[in-house]
Design a protein around this ligand. Structure first.
Ligand SMILES: [Mn+2]
Length: 312
C-alpha cells in the first residue's frame, strides 16, 4: 500500500496539526480542509487542528483553529503543498513532535520523517484524493470531496495545464461520485464581479509585448484606482494564457516594503522551464508556473530581460 506509513502515523497519533503554505490558494486550503475533515470523520476521538494565520476566500473553507504552543508540542504535524519550511504558514510547526510532508512541488528542501513528494501530481489535492481512495473502507463526505475538487480545479485551471494527466482526471471522477456540484463549484471559484470583468480589459490594454513574451505592471495607484488587492490582481495572469503567440507571460504588482516600492510577480510559460530563473529572483514554483517576490524596479527589468533571453 502506497500510503501505509501515512495512515499508520494518523492512526497512532491523538493530536494532529495540519499545515500548508503562506498566502494559501485553493489547493493548499482544499487539501488542508479535506484532510482535516476526513481525519475528524474517520477518527472522532482525535484532536485535529487546522493551522495557519491567513486564509483564502475563493471557496467556503473551514475556519482556522487557535492552538497553544504546549498543545502543539504534543502534535504530529502534516505539511501540505509546501516545498520549503520557510513558507509554512505558522512557523510554530517547529514545535511539532515530528513532521510528514505531502507535496507536488519539486523537492528543493526535503523535510519530514515521512515524505510523499509527487511532482507528477497536478495538485496536492490529487495526492490526498489518491490517499482517500486507497483507504476505501473509510467515509469521504461531500464536503471533503468538494474541498479536494476545488483544489484540483484551480491548480489545473479547469484541467487545462500541462501537468493535467489521466490520473488527475481519474481523481476528479472519483470525487464527483460523492456528489460534488460541478457547475456550482465552477461558478463559486471562477465567476467574476463586473468590476473584475472590467479590470481584465484594463490588463489587456496595458500589456507590453514583443509578441512572444508579454507582461504588465500594476503600480500602487492602479491597484487603488481599481480597488483590488495585489494578489487578486495577479490572479488575472490566466487572462493572458490564451494567446497563441505568447510563449511566456507575467503580471507584476507593486507593494511597499520598508518605505520602498517592490514588485511581486506571477509568471507562466507554455513550454520553456522558468523555475530556475525564478529561483534566482527570490521565487520559485512549478516548471511552467512560478512567482517572484520583493523585486526592485531594477531587478524586475533584469528579470524580464532574462525571461526574454530564455524564451527567444
Ligand atoms: Mn498546489
Amino acid at each position: 500500500m502506497k500510503y501505509s506509513e501515512l495512515i499508520k502515523a494518523i492512526e497512532q497519533e491523538d493530536d494532529i496539526a495540519v499545515f500548508r503554505h503562506q498566502h494559501p490558494d485553493c489547493d493548499a486550503m482544499g487539501s488542508q480542509c479535506a484532510l482535516t475533515t476526513w481525519i475528524r470523520d474517520s477518527f472522532p476521538n482525535k484532536n485535529v487542528y487546522l493551522m495557519g494565520t491567513e486564509t483564502c476566500d475563493q471557496f467556503d473553507f473551514l475556519p482556522i483553529d487557535t492552538i497553544s504552543d504546549s498543545r502543539l508540542s504534543r502534535c504530529m504535524g502534516i505539511i501540505l503543498d509546501t516545498a520549503n519550511t520557510d513558507r509554512i504558514d505558522d512557523q510554530r510547526y517547529q514545535k511539532c513532535r515530528y513532521l510528514i510532508k505531502i507535496d507536488h512541488h519539486p523537492d528543493t528542501e526535503p523535510f519530514g520523517r515521512i515524505s510523499y513528494v509527487q511532482t507528477s501530481a497536478a495538485a496536492t489535492c490529487e495526492i490526498i484524493s489518491e490517499f482517500f481512495m486507497e483507504q476505501e473502507h473509510r467515509k469521504v463526505s461531500l464536503q471533503t470531496a468538494s474541498f479536494l475538487y476545488a483544489g484540483l480545479l484551480t491548480d489545473t485551471l479547469c484541467f487545462r495545464t500541462s501537468n493535467t494527466t489521466a490520473h488527475t482526471l481519474a481523481m476528479a471522477s472519483y470525487l464527483a461520485v460523492f456528489g460534488v456540484d460541478i457547475p456550482g463549484t465552477n461558478r463559486r471559484l471562477f465567476d467574476q464581479t463586473m468590476q473584475e470583468y472590467r479590470f481584465a480589459n484594463e490588463l489587456r490594454s496595458r500589456i507590453i509585448t514583443d509578441s512572444k513574451v508579454a507582461y504588465a505592471i500594476f503600480e500602487l495607484s492602479d491597484l487603488k484606482k481599481w480597488n483590488i488587492t495585489a494578489s487578486r490582481a495577479r490572479n488575472f495572469i490566466d487572462e493572458m494564457g490564451h494567446v497563441k503567440e505568447f510563449q511566456a507571460w507575467a503580471l507584476f504588482t507593486a507593494r511597499i516594503c520598508d518605505n520602498h516600492i517592490v514588485y511581486d510577480g506571477s509568471i507562466r510559460s507554455k513550454k520553456v522551464p522558468i523555475n530556475s530563473l525564478a529561483a534566482r529572483y527570490n521565487g520559485g514554483g512549478h516548471v511552467n508556473a512560478v512567482g517572484v517576490k520583493g523585486l526592485t524596479i531594477d531587478s524586475l527589468n533584469k528579470f524580464i530581460y532574462e525571461l526574454k533571453n530564455l524564451i527567444h
